[in-house]
Design a protein around this ligand. Structure first.
Ligand SMILES: NC(=O)c1ccc[n+]([C@@H]2O[C@H](COP(=O)([O-])OP(=O)(O)OC[C@H]3O[C@@H](n4cnc5c(N)ncnc54)[C@H](OP(=O)(O)O)[C@@H]3O)[C@@H](O)[C@H]2O)c1
Length: 291
């Protein structure tokens, strides 16, 4: 039995859908069984006796975190510590999801797992603290850092763009932040692979779609595919802009392209090219899915 923590989130829901399809036995929990409640968590683990814990829960409001440091650290650090301790005591592996926001964005080359970290915002700092406590408390861990996540079951950049492209004649999108998008469908397949292989190649891994782009490039591809499918009903001009022109509460790393060499060589999982995954995602969704 697999314990999916955070089964109500964008990744958690996608993962549970995959487990349903694959007929994998799991127990999913979210807010109703808070990762901050140690005793309740322990009881759940005793009752279900999971073989793996997968933590998809997190505090993910990047801008809000700047003014809500306590909550971000509680969930992204303390909550992870609670799960790590349960995994360690029960001697079961834990898969935890982290982020490209642990980096400062100044690298000029694709970031390897051992590249120096240096988060520039509270969210990234809290996620890095979660990684550190997990490494400290539970040897049998997989930390998967991912980036620019989108999928069917949560608000995300693709949905935002499709909505805006239908509402406006023109939009501006930042072109000076470079990385690579990740479809929750692909990340779920990676998690499934780790579990199915009963992998013990513990450690930190980077995972996102193959290739690289800016948010502007990503938006242009969403527009092209959206028009092709008829999900964007009228023409919309997409123009590049700078991060300085599009101010947000939290700073974002300018460059956060993740190197996938380790996941390929150790887990033997090949990340699909980001454009191919975006095409599959847009083929799969309908107007009604857009949040
Ligand atoms: N989204 C991205 O672009 C992105 C990029 C890189 C990495 N990641 C990482 O990928 C993982 C999955 O992200 P996601 O976008 O799927 O996140 P999400 O949609 O925000 O889902 C997180 C889930 O955790 C729940 N949660 C929050 N506090 C909790 C608590 N105390 N106890 C139990 N559950 C709690 C949330 O409930 P509420 O909704 O009620 O808060 C939500 O259902 C996270 O670790 C995130 O940091 C995300």
């Amino acid at each position: 039995m697999i314990w999916v923590v955070g089964n109500g989130g964008m990744l958690g829901q996608e993962l549970c859908r995959l487990f349903d399809t694959e007929k994998i036995d799991y127990s999913g929990t979210d807010r109703e069984l808070s990762i901050l409640e140690t005793e309740v968590l322990k009881k759940h683990a005793e009752k279900y006796n999971p073989e793996w814990i997968i933590n998809c829960s997190a505090y993910t409001a990047v801008d809000k975190a700047e003014d809500d440091r306590d909550s971000a650290f509680k969930i992204n650090r303390d909550g992870v510590e609670n799960l790590a301790k349960i995994a360690a005591v029960r001697d079961i592996p834990i898969i935890h999801i982290s982020t490209d926001y642990v980096f400062d964005g100044t690298s000029a080359v694709a970031l390897k797992e051992d590249a120096p970290t240096g988060p520039i915002g509270v969210y990234g700092q809290s996620k890095l603290a979660g990684e550190e406590v997990l490494r400290d408390q539970c040897l049998n861990h997989f930390i998967i850092r991912t980036a620019w996540l989108y999928g069917q079951y949560g608000p995300n950049f693709v949905y935002t763009m499709l909505k805006l492209m239908n509402e406006r004649d023109s939009i501006k999108v930042v072109s000076d932040q470079v990385g690579s998008p990740t479809w929750t469908g692909d990340l779920s397949q990676l998690i499934l692979r780790i579990i199915s292989d009963k992998s013990n190649k513990y450690g930190t891994y980077h995972f996102s779609g193959e290739g690289q782009c800016s948010w502007y490039d990503f938006a242009c591809e969403i527009y092209r595919l959206g028009r092709q499918k008829g999900m964007v009903e009228s023409e919309c001009d997409i123009a590049p802009c700078t991060s300085a022109e599009f101010q947000t509460r939290a700073k974002r790393p300018a460059f956060s392209l993740l190197s996938k060499e380790k996941v390929k060589s150790e887990i033997h999982f090949i990340p699909p090219e980001w454009r191919a995954s975006l095409r599959r995602f847009i083929e799969e969704i309908t107007e009604r899915d857009i949040i």
